[in-house]
Write a protein that binds this ligand. Structure first.
Ligand SMILES: Cc1cc2nc3c(=O)[nH]c(=O)nc-3n(C[C@H](O)[C@H](O)[C@H](O)COP(=O)(O)OP(=O)(O)OC[C@H]3O[C@@H](n4cnc5c(N)ncnc54)[C@H](O)[C@@H]3O)c2cc1C
Length: 304
């Protein structure tokens, strides 16, 4: 399989998640090349052909111009798949490219299954395999699904040159307003659906307070309105890397792990000893959080 990976540059820097595109290439065994509109001082350590255009000339984003540039690389490589990150850039450009190529587009790919692409359904509870009917396809990758491999070498640089005319002017991007900023917390205690009710969120707050940390949550807790949206951890919430992350009643979906796998030490409390969070936890306590959290909090308070 031949894969054309589409990198991204944000605020003059190569987006860190670009390494996940290399993870896709490693998992699929694809012969990969990369296309990037970016900063010449920030090209990735990718040991393949890099089709490059300077973002200072072509803009960090412009759907018309970037589509033209990526199409040039497509014409030269004739890839079986063109692979984007699932980001604002990927969400906007991948379907435009698929339409221009007249091929299938598959969003939120989490794995490769038997000639098809695994995607989540039913809010991550189920998984289905999508097999495109076209000979090639344009994909976006679910964040965190393809772990970044080790750095791979020095790219062979091929400069792209395209018409820069466009009816669209890209003015810039800004981060959304966030309430709680979990990115700097040294300890985060997160509530999952397993807390069962809003009143048990107080048990999570109590432990966070005793640890001098912040409260986080998985998406069902946010959707239930038990905590404010800014506290969501995961692929559609915040990405955090505290020294300590305590996951309370959280199963460990790909989407949640994508936001917290950078934590230094992970403690998970779960009644189900087979919950996938156990695969990433340093300590996995099989217990009912309603009993365990107050006991741990009381113990920590005695020591303070
Ligand atoms: C496009 C997309 C984006 C998403 N983005 C995010 C995101 O950013 N963040 C996110 O978190 N999710 C996200 N999700 C949802 C994700 O797929 C999962 O549905 C979600 O993470 C599950 O949350 P959970 O682990 O709290 O709940 P569940 O998966 O229902 O797990 C609850 C856990 O609690 C345990 N439990 C039950 N009772 C107790 C008890 N008394 N004591 C201890 N343990 C108990 C259970 O054994 C279970 O493991 C996204 C989904 C999609 C499709």
């Amino acid at each position: 399989m031949k894969a054309l990976l589409v990198g991204e540059c944000r605020d003059g820097r190569l987006a860190g998640e670009v390494a996940e595109l290399f993870g896709f290439a490693a998992v699929s065994g694809a012969e990969a090349s990369l296309v990037l509109v970016g900063n010449p001082d920030g090209v990735p350590a990718f040991g393949g052909r890099l089709y490059f255009a300077d973002a200072r000339e072509y803009g960090e984003y412009n759907p018309d111009v970037h589509k033209r540039l990526v199409m040039q690389a497509v014409e030269r490589e004739c890839p079986d798949v063109v692979v984007f990150l699932q980001s604002s850039y990927g969400w906007d450009l991948a379907p435009r490219l698929a339409a221009a190529m007249n091929v299938a587009q598959v969003s939120g790919v989490t794995g490769i299954d038997d000639g098809g692409y695994a995607v989540d359904s039913c809010n991550g509870k189920m998984r289905r395999t999508v097999k495109p009917l076209t000979s090639s396809a344009v994909l976006t990758l679910q964040p965190g699904a393809f772990p970044a491999p080790a750095e791979q070498g020095v790219p062979e640089l091929i400069r792209l040159d395209a018409d820069r005319s466009s009816g669209i002017e890209f003015l810039g991007s800004s981060q959304p307003e966030t309430g709680a900023d979990l990115s700097r917390a040294s300890a985060i205690v997160s509530a999952g659906r397993g807390v069962g009710s809003e009143k048990h969120v107080d048990l999570v707050r109590g432990l966070a307070e005793a640890l001098g940390g912040e409260v986080g949550a998985s998406r069902p807790v946010i959707d239930a309105g038990w905590l404010e949206r800014s506290r969501q951890v995961g692929s559609s919430g915040q990405t955090v890397s505290p020294a300590l992350y305590v996951a309370c009643g959280i199963s460990g979906s790909i989407q949640h792990l994508a936001g917290m796998k950078g934590a230094g030490y992970i403690l998970a409390v779960n009644t189900d000893r087979d919950a996938p969070i156990g695969d990433v936890a340093d300590v996995f306590v099989v217990a009912d959080l309603v009993q365990f959290l107050p006991a741990l909090t009381a113990r920590l308070r005695v020591g303070q």
